[in-house]
Write a protein of this length. Structure first.
Length: 344
């Protein structure tokens, strides 16, 4: 119970910090862009394309729910689609309000525990989700960067942010692979890391090693499940690919809503995939601020100065802020309902 309270308290604190970040970012946006101009431009957009963009974003959590449900079923735990959808929304909401998306998995684990899903099954489902997500994000952004390099060749400082984002995401993906398929390599690296910590007189080395080893065991269990069921793993990759392509397409439908048609959808998928990987590991809640600034840099040649600010606000509202609000309301309603039932 105390652990649950800590998770909720941390989420509340993260939400308040996130709101503060959003206020600061939008202050700087609207300081340079008249909000009345943005509303005027929004009024003249083609609303059907904006609805398609919202539908694409709705599919983001639906696809994740399908993957979680599929993997939990593989482990022997049957959950309804609505339960899996709740886990997906909870992960999205808390990932969005915590630095480097660090709070999403603990929240999903918390929600699964409330539904009496065995922790071992929850861990396998979440680890499989992480592995497939990292794989798809890296592959799509790498292909985009290589085959559409002309879009990023004159990006100035943003180019270095792209390289850093790709490197960090690849590092994490490599770490997952090593933990799952090459346990001995990780154990060797843990020993080297422990010796380094001893030289710096770190006192809690044994406790840290115990935590790392417990995580390694969880990954090892996930590896056994994946090796026995490669079809499920491939289906999860395919679902995640559809999920991310729909997400990356949102900016294209926003573009069409302005009555523009000079660029095709592949341009927007390329830019969004690289933008996503560039800011995903920055230590800001939801990469707020960095995402907006990088958007302005990457899309300046496509939109031009007149509607660039409006395009950024509308795109970010649909692919982030709207669904942070939606998922937050759903998860908060669920938690309040649970607490009221427990107190009665």
């Amino acid at each position: 119970m105390e652990k649950d309270d800590n998770i909720l308290k941390r989420s509340l604190i993260s939400a308040l910090i996130f709101i503060l970040f959003v206020i600061i970012v939008f202050y700087f946006i609207f300081r340079k862009n008249d909000i009345r101009v943005i509303f005027h431009i929004l009024k003249n957009t083609k609303k059907l394309y904006l609805l398609v963009a919202i539908f694409c974003m709705a599919c983001f959590s639906i696809c994740e729910a399908i993957n979680l449900k599929r993997t939990l079923k593989l482990c022997g735990t049957k959950v309804s689609f609505l339960q899996a959808y709740k886990y997906a929304l909870g992960g999205f909401f808390v990932s969005s309000i915590t630095p480097s998306s660090s709070g999403g998995d603990p929240m999903q684990l918390y929600l699964m525990t409330k539904d009496k899903v065995p922790i071992s099954h929850s861990a396998i489902a979440l680890l499989t989700k992480l592995l497939t997500f990292q794989f798809v994000v890296i592959i799509v952004s790498l292909f985009s960067f290589i085959f559409r390099y002309n879009l990023f060749s004159n990006m100035g400082y943003v180019k270095y942010l792209i390289f850093l984002g790709m490197f960090l995401n690849f590092l994490v993906f490599l770490l997952y692979l090593l933990i799952i398929f090459y346990k001995s390599v990780i154990e060797f690296l843990v020993e080297i890391f422990s010796k380094l910590l001893k030289k710096f007189r770190y006192k809690k080395i044994d406790l840290l090693k115990e935590k790392i080893n417990s995580h390694i065991l969880e990954y090892e269990r996930a590896a056994k499940v994946l090796k026995k069921n490669p079809k499920t793993f491939l289906l999860n990759i395919l679902t995640t690919l559809i999920e991310m392509l729909l997400y990356y397409s949102i900016s294209y439908f926003v573009y069409l809503s302005f009555g523009l048609n000079n660029e095709n959808i592949s341009t927007f998928i390329a830019i969004q995939s690289v933008l996503f990987i560039s800011v995903s590991f920055l230590p800001f809640p939801g990469a707020v601020g960095a995402s907006e600034a990088t958007f302005m840099q990457l899309y300046k040649n496509i939109y031009g100065n007149k509607i660039l600010g409006s395009a950024m606000v509308i795109t970010r509202f649909i692919n982030f802020y709207l669904f942070v609000l939606y998922s937050g309301i759903v998860i908060l309603s669920y938690i309040l309902e649970k607490n009221l039932k427990n107190s009665s």
